[in-house]
Design a protein around this ligand. Sequence first.
Ligand SMILES: NC(=O)c1ccc[n+]([C@@H]2O[C@H](COP(=O)([O-])OP(=O)(O)OC[C@H]3O[C@@H](n4cnc5c(N)ncnc54)[C@H](O)[C@@H]3O)[C@@H](O)[C@H]2O)c1
Length: 376
Amino acid sequence: MKIRVDLNLNAKDNGYDILIDSGIVSGGYNKETAAVLSSSGLNLKGRALVITCKTVNGLYGNAVSSFLKNYGADDFAVMVLPDGEATKSLGYLSDIHDRLVENRFERSDFIIAFGGGVIGDIAGFAAATYLRGINFIQVPTTLLADVDSSVGGKTGIDHPKGKNLIGAFYQPKAVLIDVDLLKTLDKRELINGFAEVIKYGAVLDAGFFAYLEKGYEKVLSYDKDALTHIIERSCSIKAEVVKEDEKEAGLRSVLNFGHSLGHAVETLYNYESVKHGEAIAIGMVFAAALSKKIGLCSEETVKRIGNLIKNSGLPSDIPGFTPEQYINAMKLDKKVSEKQIKFVLVKDIGKYEFRKLDFDFILSFLKESSLNENRK
Ligand SMILES: NC(=O)c1ccc[n+]([C@@H]2O[C@H](COP(=O)([O-])OP(=O)(O)OC[C@H]3O[C@@H](n4cnc5c(N)ncnc54)[C@H](O)[C@@H]3O)[C@@H](O)[C@H]2O)c1
């Protein structure tokens, strides 16, 4: 399936295609991939730097080399970075820049981000910043990257004081999603990405949410058709949102459902031992409970979101930090004022509402919440 991300940047550079299929990287030449690459504006005769991580290179290094040769891109090098969030740092960004400078990469050359969200974010940011921007494509390899980070143009690295603090909106020329690559993904990573899929259904598409309630077991047993379906639907939803609001001036913040408390959970764990999707799963359950507290949604809605999260093997209980620690961590978020935070709440499955809420109110809710009594 091909999905178009339409952007109104300017007439010449107005969007890109997301291609979702099995065997894009590993299955040999196919016409559809060739068509997407040729309409992307990439100069396949130019030089390419494939940026990847150790695990993905070990599994698919040969496949990605054959893939490039199949489409006439013969002049390429591969740069392998360590696995893990710590790679999204100024040090590794600088290593990528060094490599590009030493090899005299030009504007007509391009980067391929081949990996999960970590690689997509840093490789995209390197592309955004080298020579004020060179072309790049995303070839995601985790479910989280397929459904979220590879689409929409948020690129960046972490700062020792906070995640994703340094970055740019910079769109790829194409996103090529090969569903077959997920078969080697660790189950915990698959479930981690599934949290973002639940998010799309919970606040933007009731029909999709109902599909996930019925079909989550298939997805989590790596059923290719089910995975393809959820990736297609998630990318379509994200493409629609990004088209309306590329730089998160309004609507795009709906994609932060679960992220206010989720980011606080990640911060309090110092980004170790909890994954992004797991943290936002906890955040979605909290946001749903908060929505009910202010009379926005029913108990049924809270239960459905909580049940799908728990049934998928995602955590739902708020970890045992104090309510004050959560409030302090939320205040570190880029998008808050001293007294209030803009929360994405749920009105009904598939329907959201933005509300500015006082930190005092959230603190008292954290203290009284039954979720809190279940804390681990
Ligand atoms: N840019 C955005 O819009 C956006 C959105 C959400 C998350 N993110 C970022 O994404 C990052 C998390 O991404 P992630 O969850 O993909 O983590 P990740 O990139 O660290 O990948 C997770 C692990 O899976 C391994 N892996 C990747 N593909 C594999 C495959 N096919 N088979 C086997 N192993 C494989 C990796 O080596 C790594 O160890 C975070 O830094 C987060 O901030 C960005």
